[in-house]
Design a protein around this ligand. Structure first.
Ligand SMILES: [Zn+2]
Length: 254
């Protein structure tokens, strides 16, 4: 017996299916990631505002127990983020962050923290995203919070193995396997590490806790690239495949 339910959700993806239908992937507090078939969505008035990214919607869905895809009956838009859609850079960065969320979220798991994180990320892009530097900082702050919720946040303030404070390192290095800082004493023979500049660590710490204020190094392209590599290594612990939106992101964040 199918049950109709009302959920608050974000659209993570929509793909046209057959002549008039759309398959939508949603992120909801109640059920985490949900796939739903929106019948006749391309012609119907039951989906005002459209099934686009960067929309918080109230969705009525019909879930059948033990059947994968739900039916998406109707919706209304609760909140949109118009400034994202008027900036190419913000669209690219927002699309990448949305795809990350799609990969990291799980089906049938209550996910209020992920929903809250995505909403605050969109709001920051929408309200503060006036230049590329700021957009990039908003993205990396989001990525670190997402890594934190997924349990793979890299250690940026101390050695991830022994807890030695970063100020006491003789040389700064991070595990290539994504766990973050690793001191010389803890490094095992043959263990792959990447050396990082102190400026890179300051930049990563700023991404982690923007309230400490931006270091000058956040403006240095080489430093930002090195910081991105550290974050990418941590996401490798989590992601099973390359993201489709990544090549586009790389053309924006040079
Ligand atoms: Zn150590």
């Amino acid at each position: 017996m199918a049950q109709k339910e009302k959920i608050d959700a974000f659209v993570l993806r929509s793909i046209n299916y057959a002549e008039r239908d759309v398959i939508v992937t949603l992120l909801s507090s109640q059920y985490g990631r949900v796939s739903a078939l929106a019948k006749n969505a391309r012609t119907s008035k039951r989906f005002p505002g459209g099934l686009h990214l960067f929309r918080k919607v109230e969705a009525i869905i019909e879930r059948k127990p033990q059947r994968g895809t739900a039916v998406f009956v109707e919706m209304r838009v609760l909140r949109d983020f118009p400034n994202i859609e008027s900036s190419y850079d913000a669209i690219v960065i927002g699309s990448y962050a949305t795809e990350l969320m799609r990969e990291v979220s799980r089906e049938d798991v209550e996910s209020p923290e992920l929903v809250g994180l995505l909403e605050s990320f969109y709001a920051e892009l929408d309200e503060l995203g006036t230049d590329l530097q700021t957009l990039e900082t908003i993205l990396h702050h989001y990525e670190l919070r997402l890594l934190g919720l997924a349990g793979t946040h890299p250690s940026l303030w101390k050695c991830h193995r022994c807890g030695l404070a970063h100020d006491d390192f003789d040389k700064l290095q991070c595990s290539r396997s994504g766990e973050g800082l690793l001191c010389s004493s803890c490094r095992r023979p043959g263990e792959a590490v990447g050396m990082i500049e102190r400026d890179t660590l300051s930049t990563l710490q700023y991404y982690d806790r923007p309230e400490i204020g931006a270091p000058d190094s956040v403006l240095m392209p080489d430093i930002r690239r090195q910081a991105r590599r550290v974050l990418d290594n941590s996401f490798k612990l989590l992601l099973l495949k390359d993201l489709k939106s990544r090549p586009m992101l790389d053309t924006v964040l040079t």
